[in-house]
Design a protein around this ligand. Sequence first.
Ligand SMILES: [Zn+2]
Length: 144
Amino acid sequence: MITPADEAFLRRAVAIAARAVTLGDAPYGSLLAGPDGAVLAEAHNTVRRDDDITAHPELKLARWAARELDPDTAARTTLYTSCQPCGMCAGAIVRSGLGRVVHALSTAQLVELNPESGAWPTVAQDGPALFDEARVPVDAYYGP
Ligand SMILES: [Zn+2]
């Protein structure tokens, strides 16, 4: 359920996205709110500027939280973002332990506005293979 307080943070995330456009960057913005409602960090998409395909704001904030917050604090934060996180960012959000994600546009809505935004191909993969060999470094690290 999205509360009026959530909507206020979402408006701020949308404003970050709008500011990104004025800077020549892609229109995506996010912020991380702490347990007390204070804004801990903000980011926008800098894929073009940084020539870095991973420079999505949600991923930047997930990495920041994993570095700067203890797990208990991270679990009590909320990531507000102007668009629904992509698969890459969703994975990072899970690994960083952020407690909640609230987005404005859904991926479906974004694709309606810009069909190219939804061109996330599935990755073709072959495997598994070489189990006995591939497990050696894993066992060496984690123990057999
Ligand atoms: Zn992303």
